[in-house]
Design a protein around this ligand. Sequence first.
Ligand SMILES: [Mn+2]
Length: 444
Amino acid sequence: MYERVTSTLGNRPDAISHQEMRQRQKDFCSELPTNSVAIIANNPVSIRSRDTHHRHRFNSYLHYLTGWHGEEGVAVFHHSDGNWNCRLYVQPRDVEKETWTGRRPGLEGALSGWPVDEATSRYELAENLPKMLSNCEEIYHIEGLDASVDEIVKQALRDEPLDPRLILDNLRVIKSEREIELMQHSADLAAYAHIEAMRECKVGMGEWHMQSIIEGCFLYHQSEWAYPSIVGSGDNATILHYNENKDVMIDGDLVLIDAGCEIDGYASDITRTFPVNGKFTEAQKDIYELVLKSQLAGIEACQAGSPWSSMHNATSKILAQGLIDLGILDCTFEEALGDSFNGLYRQFFMHGTGHFLGLDVHDVGGGRQGDGKPERILTPGMIVTIEPGLYFGAWREDIEIDSKWAGIGIRIEDDVLITENGPVVLTAKCPKEITEIEALVGSN
Ligand SMILES: [Mn+2]
């Protein structure tokens, strides 16, 4: 089943170059005041059971600036009068330990294999860092990642550390050409994984079978999930973050799959909803076509120069009007829509229209800027998701709906690149028209 995927997937683009990461370091450090230090720590390792750990995932900021992907690793940037220095603290070589836990690049390997100026033993951090911090003007640090670094910073500080994310998020929100290539590849692989799941889907299979097809496809292509895969059939599709994936899929139900993968850390994020038996009922079709119409309007709203809220405004108007037209809401359009976050239609569409996508699946950059900050203006190089949905959980006691809609949960999600020439759907290879889906589901 994977051969036809490989034949159409194409080669994986090269990872981000050292030159590009050096430019990121320069862009970051040039925003720091002179004689300041920025510490970028790694994500902690977390216990799964006794002496077994959850699979470690590098910190996205550390990876963005240095490409480092080991479990340990702390990057320390020192900026002074336009010059900057990047020192990476890593685990030194230790053959005895490496025999148990895997090979380490060590200091020499880190210096030659990563775009850093110096590599130092992790065990010297506790001695070096306090000296450095005592002589600098400003300290930038993300708290809560590495307890040992938190402690050093706390000892050295007079005030709260400054947050380097405020600078880095503005850099990360605009994707470079190489980043877009990597995200296109991530989108292609996720699209094909969804297609495989549709092809293999049969009444009586388990939600977990769909999950195994999708995640098997990721793994086969040296990728992995970017977030826990959601496979919800029937009423399970109306629970937004359902990921138990433990029920058998029943004739007549829909199944909602929200799954995406990572390529060099860059996420894709796709949702498709389709009938388990391959044929939409009239009621399912009514809701599906409404969600699709709203999603297409959301994508069309992804225009450079438009404010972030234009995407949600586009999807919500169509959903509110559509719910009235189907007789699900009995009220005026104004009552249905409200301010697009509090209208009556929110009973059935309770999440946002989309989010930024990048090294984090819910990527940094915050579209709806709060605390008096203006909202983001859509700019070429930004990548967002557009994912409206409608959910009529039969289990919900808080809503009154005709039984023909009960148990329908539909979301359609694509990844969209903002360009000067309008939106580019990176996940366009994943079918979403009713005729395409009906032809594909169970076809294998
Ligand atoms: Mn999403």
